[in-house]
Write a protein that binds this ligand. Structure first.
Ligand SMILES: Cc1ncc(COP(=O)(O)O)c(C=O)c1O
Length: 434
């Protein structure tokens, strides 16, 4: 059986997987998407479920009619499905819907700002801006450094937690990096954080769609306190994201947004807030987003995240192996095939600007990749080993061929045949570069 046949069933699950797009020369070819870390295409099942739900679609918590009750019940029941998917404790935790990971982390940062104003937040130099900037604007920060391969230094985590004498309230860390794909040892990090009196937030944007996560561990010390993720990266568009955390945290602080849906009683001069999650979901909820999310979870569970991880690792290793044989390619991070990663491969062609490589891949073969700094500037600056002078220069000349990387990120439906087209195209680009 050929490699591409192995993936046939997986391709059948995806909407638009064979959409034809024009190359620069006008020829129509099937689009190849190696940009799944940004957004994945939808599962067919998700679209079918949305379409079958739409005739019943109605207001959530804002009506007594049959459709409104049905929609509201579906919305509320979804929380258990999400909680089960990431193995959280439903007694202790609440599942709050937001727009995306960025919304989730901003929300948590407001709550923490209310509860723990003078504490320190410990983020890392690997983070997406969404797990750095919301904290930066409100707290004194410190960052766990990365080593020369871009991996988190656990010794620095311990050092910084110790140095701040129990003032670190939260350690914010990516479950997997959106630049190198490294899976961070989140349960070990949880144990270390808890030992020093801090809690842990895992930014699950790049981990949850690709690998099982167990928020509740056998030992409390290793359990994950807060988790954020986005449905649009897990084959479920329609604008929903998730924030999970202890009910107590959200009960103890006022909501960052107030208005319809957040209260039990309002009088002329008083407000009695609802319990979480209602308190933390101001305005009319996004039931279509939630329908998409639970439908996608159903498919991911059926396929099993362990099998998905295996498939994606296989295609990553196949690509890595081929790329390592090409001349003039720099691959960033650990190129050991045994490295614990999600399927993300950052590279550059020597002597070619990252934007040029990305454009040529699209123009010549209809291949989508992302290039640049991937909303993780401090991390990419380290991977590229930029000097302080270079970083300063690009602060004021940011449109001037700014430094960056080309990123391949795989989804469960990508094929070996697509990788072969990528490799042939890279060969052409390398051969013809001046
Ligand atoms: C690791 C990580 N965190 C957070 C985000 C932000 O996700 P969203 O744009 O869905 O808010 C991303 C998006 O790429 C990401 O990769």
């Amino acid at each position: 059986m050929s490699h591409s046949e192995t993936f046939f069933d997986y391709r059948d699950l995806i909407t638009g997987v064979d959409t034809k797009i024009p190359l620069k020369n006008g020829k129509l070819v099937p689009a190849i998407n190696f940009d799944n870390a940004a957004t994945t295409p939808p599962f067919n099942y998700v679209i079918e479920k949305i379409n079958s739900f739409l005739p019943y679609y109605s207001s959530i918590h804002r009506g007594n009619g049959f459709k409104s009750k049905l929609s509201s019940d579906a919305y509320e029941m979804s929380r258990d499905i999400v909680c089960n998917f990431v193995h959280c404790d439903p007694q202790k935790n609440t599942v709050i819907y937001v727009n995306n990971t960025t919304g989730a982390i901003n929300k948590l940062s407001y709550i923490f700002n209310n509860l723990y104003k003078n504490s320190i937040i410990l983020s890392t130099r690997m983070e997406h801006h969404s797990n750095d900037l919301p904290w930066r604007s409100k707290f004194k920060m410190d960052y766990v450094e990365v080593d020369e391969l871009g991996k988190l230094k656990l010794s620095d985590l311990k050092y910084k937690l110790k140095k701040h004498h129990g003032k670190v309230k939260l350690v914010c860390v990516a479950g997997a990096s959106n630049v190198t794909g490294y899976k961070n040892p989140i349960y070990t990090i949880a144990k270390i954080a808890h030992h020093y009196g801090a809690e842990i937030l895992v930014d699950g944007a790049q981990l949850v769609p690709h690998y099982p996560i167990y928020m509740q561990q056998k030992s409390k010390e290793e359990s994950i306190d807060y988790l954020a993720f986005s449905a649009h990266k897990m084959y479920a568009p329609f604008g929903i994201g998730v924030l999970i955390g202890p009910k107590n945290t959200f009960s103890n602080a006022p909501p960052e947004y107030s208005g319809g849906g957040t209260i039990k009683v309002v009088t002329d001069n008083s407000v009695l807030w609802d319990d979480p999650p209602g308190k933390n979901e101001a305005g009319t909820p996004n039931v279509l987003g939630v329908t998409a999310l639970v439908s996608s979870i159903k498919v991911l569970n059926k396929l099993s995240l362990n099998s998905i991880d295996k498939r994606e690792s296989d295609i990553y290793n196949y690509t890595l192996n081929k790329m390592l044989q090409l001349p003039d390619i720099t691959i960033y991070g650990d190129t050991n095939p045994g490295c614990d990663k999600v399927a993300i491969l950052p590279f550059n062609i020597k002597g070619l600007h990252h934007e040029t490589t990305a454009k040529l891949l699209s123009d010549l073969s209809g291949i989508s990749v992302r290039s640049g700094c991937f909303c993780a500037h401090p991390y990419v600056q380290r991977l590229l080993e930029l000097s302080p002078e270079e970083i300063n220069y690009f602060k004021t000349h940011f449109n001037n061929f700014r430094p960056g990387i080309v990123r391949l990120s795989f989804g469960l439906y990508n094929t070996y045949n697509e990788v072969d087209i990528l490799i042939d195209t890279l060969k052409k680009i390398i051969k013809n570069k001046k």
